[in-house]
Design a protein around this ligand. Structure first.
Ligand SMILES: Cc1cc2nc3c(=O)[nH]c(=O)nc-3n(C[C@H](O)[C@H](O)[C@H](O)COP(=O)(O)O)c2cc1C
Length: 190
Protein backbone atom coordinates (compact mmCIF):
# COMPACT_ATOMS: atom_id res chain seq x y z
CA UNK A 1 0.00 0.00 0.00
CA UNK A 2 1.11 3.54 -0.75
CA UNK A 3 2.32 4.89 2.59
CA UNK A 4 2.64 8.47 1.37
CA UNK A 5 0.32 10.93 3.06
CA UNK A 6 -2.63 12.05 1.00
CA UNK A 7 -3.32 15.74 0.57
CA UNK A 8 -6.99 16.55 1.08
CA UNK A 9 -7.90 20.23 1.58
CA UNK A 10 -11.14 21.21 3.33
CA UNK A 11 -13.32 23.96 1.88
CA UNK A 12 -15.48 25.81 4.38
CA UNK A 13 -18.38 26.66 2.13
CA UNK A 14 -20.03 29.73 3.62
CA UNK A 15 -19.08 33.27 4.55
CA UNK A 16 -22.21 33.78 6.69
CA UNK A 17 -21.69 35.72 9.91
CA UNK A 18 -22.23 33.29 12.78
CA UNK A 19 -21.92 30.22 10.59
CA UNK A 20 -22.11 26.85 12.32
CA UNK A 21 -20.35 25.19 9.40
CA UNK A 22 -17.04 26.45 10.73
CA UNK A 23 -17.42 24.12 13.72
CA UNK A 24 -18.12 21.22 11.37
CA UNK A 25 -15.00 22.11 9.36
CA UNK A 26 -12.89 22.14 12.52
CA UNK A 27 -14.46 18.84 13.58
CA UNK A 28 -13.52 17.11 10.34
CA UNK A 29 -10.02 18.57 10.50
CA UNK A 30 -9.62 17.17 14.02
CA UNK A 31 -10.61 13.74 12.66
CA UNK A 32 -8.01 14.10 9.91
CA UNK A 33 -5.35 14.95 12.51
CA UNK A 34 -6.29 11.85 14.52
CA UNK A 35 -5.81 9.54 11.52
CA UNK A 36 -2.34 10.82 10.71
CA UNK A 37 -2.36 9.70 7.07
CA UNK A 38 -3.77 12.88 5.54
CA UNK A 39 -2.25 16.31 5.15
CA UNK A 40 -4.80 19.07 4.93
CA UNK A 41 -5.34 22.80 4.80
CA UNK A 42 -8.46 24.89 5.22
CA UNK A 43 -9.82 27.07 2.44
CA UNK A 44 -12.41 29.44 3.81
CA UNK A 45 -14.65 30.90 1.10
CA UNK A 46 -14.78 34.07 3.21
CA UNK A 47 -11.12 34.70 2.32
CA UNK A 48 -11.59 34.59 -1.45
CA UNK A 49 -11.66 38.14 -2.68
CA UNK A 50 -14.08 37.40 -5.50
CA UNK A 51 -14.56 40.30 -7.91
CA UNK A 52 -18.10 41.69 -8.28
CA UNK A 53 -17.84 41.75 -12.06
CA UNK A 54 -16.08 38.58 -13.15
CA UNK A 55 -16.38 34.88 -12.60
CA UNK A 56 -15.02 31.41 -13.28
CA UNK A 57 -11.83 29.96 -14.68
CA UNK A 58 -10.78 33.18 -16.37
CA UNK A 59 -9.90 34.67 -12.98
CA UNK A 60 -8.17 31.64 -11.48
CA UNK A 61 -4.72 33.25 -11.72
CA UNK A 62 -5.85 35.60 -8.97
CA UNK A 63 -6.08 32.62 -6.60
CA UNK A 64 -2.76 30.82 -7.05
CA UNK A 65 -2.77 29.28 -3.57
CA UNK A 66 -6.10 27.59 -4.23
CA UNK A 67 -5.15 26.52 -7.75
CA UNK A 68 -1.84 25.02 -6.64
CA UNK A 69 -3.46 23.19 -3.74
CA UNK A 70 -6.10 21.62 -5.96
CA UNK A 71 -3.48 20.63 -8.54
CA UNK A 72 -1.60 18.86 -5.76
CA UNK A 73 -4.67 17.49 -3.97
CA UNK A 74 -5.75 13.85 -3.91
CA UNK A 75 -9.21 14.82 -2.80
CA UNK A 76 -11.38 17.51 -1.33
CA UNK A 77 -13.80 17.85 1.55
CA UNK A 78 -16.63 20.28 0.98
CA UNK A 79 -18.31 21.58 4.12
CA UNK A 80 -21.64 22.62 2.75
CA UNK A 81 -24.43 24.35 4.68
CA UNK A 82 -27.99 23.76 3.56
CA UNK A 83 -29.61 26.99 2.41
CA UNK A 84 -33.21 26.71 1.19
CA UNK A 85 -32.69 23.08 0.26
CA UNK A 86 -29.68 23.99 -1.82
CA UNK A 87 -26.09 24.80 -1.04
CA UNK A 88 -24.17 28.01 -0.65
CA UNK A 89 -23.73 30.25 -3.69
CA UNK A 90 -20.37 31.36 -2.38
CA UNK A 91 -19.15 27.77 -2.39
CA UNK A 92 -20.25 27.42 -6.00
CA UNK A 93 -18.37 30.59 -6.95
CA UNK A 94 -15.16 29.23 -5.44
CA UNK A 95 -15.57 25.77 -7.01
CA UNK A 96 -16.16 27.37 -10.41
CA UNK A 97 -12.71 29.00 -10.35
CA UNK A 98 -11.17 25.75 -11.58
CA UNK A 99 -12.10 22.76 -13.73
CA UNK A 100 -9.42 20.38 -15.05
CA UNK A 101 -7.58 20.65 -11.73
CA UNK A 102 -10.33 18.64 -9.97
CA UNK A 103 -10.35 15.74 -12.42
CA UNK A 104 -10.12 12.19 -11.03
CA UNK A 105 -9.87 13.34 -7.42
CA UNK A 106 -12.07 12.17 -4.57
CA UNK A 107 -14.70 14.40 -2.97
CA UNK A 108 -16.44 13.97 0.35
CA UNK A 109 -19.28 16.21 1.46
CA UNK A 110 -20.10 17.36 4.98
CA UNK A 111 -23.68 18.64 5.10
CA UNK A 112 -24.64 21.09 7.84
CA UNK A 113 -28.17 22.19 8.68
CA UNK A 114 -30.27 23.53 11.49
CA UNK A 115 -32.93 21.03 10.48
CA UNK A 116 -32.81 17.37 11.34
CA UNK A 117 -31.66 16.00 7.95
CA UNK A 118 -28.04 17.07 8.24
CA UNK A 119 -27.87 19.10 5.06
CA UNK A 120 -29.00 16.15 2.92
CA UNK A 121 -30.91 18.29 0.45
CA UNK A 122 -27.98 20.67 0.06
CA UNK A 123 -25.72 17.69 -0.54
CA UNK A 124 -28.05 16.25 -3.17
CA UNK A 125 -27.93 19.52 -5.04
CA UNK A 126 -24.14 19.68 -5.10
CA UNK A 127 -23.47 16.16 -6.42
CA UNK A 128 -24.28 16.93 -10.05
CA UNK A 129 -21.86 19.85 -9.81
CA UNK A 130 -18.98 17.79 -8.40
CA UNK A 131 -19.61 15.28 -11.18
CA UNK A 132 -19.31 17.96 -13.85
CA UNK A 133 -16.06 19.11 -12.23
CA UNK A 134 -14.62 15.62 -12.68
CA UNK A 135 -14.52 14.90 -8.96
CA UNK A 136 -15.46 11.40 -7.83
CA UNK A 137 -17.88 11.89 -4.97
CA UNK A 138 -17.94 9.17 -2.35
CA UNK A 139 -21.23 7.53 -1.42
CA UNK A 140 -20.87 8.33 2.26
CA UNK A 141 -21.59 11.83 3.49
CA UNK A 142 -21.09 13.27 6.92
CA UNK A 143 -24.35 14.79 8.10
CA UNK A 144 -24.45 17.38 10.86
CA UNK A 145 -28.11 17.97 11.79
CA UNK A 146 -29.30 20.43 14.45
CA UNK A 147 -25.98 22.16 13.93
CA UNK A 148 -26.26 24.73 16.70
CA UNK A 149 -26.31 21.99 19.32
CA UNK A 150 -23.97 19.53 17.62
CA UNK A 151 -20.67 20.59 19.21
CA UNK A 152 -19.24 21.37 22.64
CA UNK A 153 -17.21 24.53 23.27
CA UNK A 154 -13.98 22.60 22.71
CA UNK A 155 -15.16 21.50 19.26
CA UNK A 156 -15.90 17.90 20.21
CA UNK A 157 -19.17 16.35 19.10
CA UNK A 158 -22.02 16.07 21.59
CA UNK A 159 -23.29 12.91 19.94
CA UNK A 160 -20.99 9.86 19.86
CA UNK A 161 -22.62 8.79 16.61
CA UNK A 162 -21.16 11.80 14.84
CA UNK A 163 -17.67 10.68 15.83
CA UNK A 164 -18.31 7.20 14.40
CA UNK A 165 -19.74 8.72 11.24
CA UNK A 166 -16.66 10.93 10.87
CA UNK A 167 -14.43 7.86 11.11
CA UNK A 168 -16.38 5.96 8.44
CA UNK A 169 -16.57 9.02 6.19
CA UNK A 170 -12.80 9.56 6.32
CA UNK A 171 -12.08 5.87 5.81
CA UNK A 172 -14.17 5.84 2.64
CA UNK A 173 -12.65 9.09 1.39
CA UNK A 174 -9.11 7.80 1.94
CA UNK A 175 -9.91 4.58 0.08
CA UNK A 176 -11.28 6.49 -2.88
CA UNK A 177 -8.46 9.04 -2.85
CA UNK A 178 -5.79 6.30 -2.78
CA UNK A 179 -7.52 4.34 -5.53
CA UNK A 180 -7.77 7.40 -7.75
CA UNK A 181 -4.18 8.40 -6.99
CA UNK A 182 -3.09 4.97 -8.17
CA UNK A 183 -5.23 5.39 -11.27
CA UNK A 184 -3.90 8.87 -12.07
CA UNK A 185 -0.32 7.68 -11.70
CA UNK A 186 -0.61 4.31 -13.44
CA UNK A 187 -3.63 4.09 -15.70
CA UNK A 188 -3.73 6.07 -18.92
CA UNK A 189 -7.20 7.17 -19.94
CA UNK A 190 -8.49 5.32 -22.99
C1 LIG B 1 -30.53 31.56 3.61
C2 LIG B 1 -30.64 30.39 4.55
C3 LIG B 1 -31.43 29.32 4.21
C4 LIG B 1 -31.52 28.21 5.06
N1 LIG B 1 -32.26 27.12 4.66
C5 LIG B 1 -32.26 26.02 5.42
C6 LIG B 1 -32.91 24.83 4.98
O1 LIG B 1 -33.43 24.75 3.89
N2 LIG B 1 -32.92 23.74 5.78
C7 LIG B 1 -32.28 23.75 7.02
O2 LIG B 1 -32.31 22.73 7.71
N3 LIG B 1 -31.65 24.85 7.46
C8 LIG B 1 -31.59 25.97 6.69
N4 LIG B 1 -30.90 27.09 7.10
C9 LIG B 1 -30.15 27.03 8.35
C10 LIG B 1 -28.70 26.54 8.12
O3 LIG B 1 -28.72 25.25 7.58
C11 LIG B 1 -27.96 26.58 9.44
O4 LIG B 1 -27.63 27.91 9.73
C12 LIG B 1 -26.76 25.65 9.53
O5 LIG B 1 -26.08 25.94 10.73
C13 LIG B 1 -25.76 25.71 8.37
O6 LIG B 1 -25.50 27.01 7.94
P1 LIG B 1 -24.42 28.00 8.62
O7 LIG B 1 -23.07 27.37 8.50
O8 LIG B 1 -24.54 29.26 7.84
O9 LIG B 1 -24.81 28.16 10.07
C14 LIG B 1 -30.81 28.20 6.28
C15 LIG B 1 -30.02 29.31 6.64
C16 LIG B 1 -29.92 30.38 5.77
C17 LIG B 1 -29.03 31.54 6.15
Amino acid sequence: MDSQKLFIPVILGTNREGRQSEKAARFIMAGIAERGDIETTLFDVKNFNLPPDDYGESIKERFPEYRDAIVRADGLILVSPEYNHGYSGRLKSVLDLLLAEYKHKAAGIVGVSSGMWGGTRGIESIIHVTRELGLVTIGKDLNVPLAKDAFNHDGTARNEKLIESRMRFLAELVWMARTLKYGRENMPVG
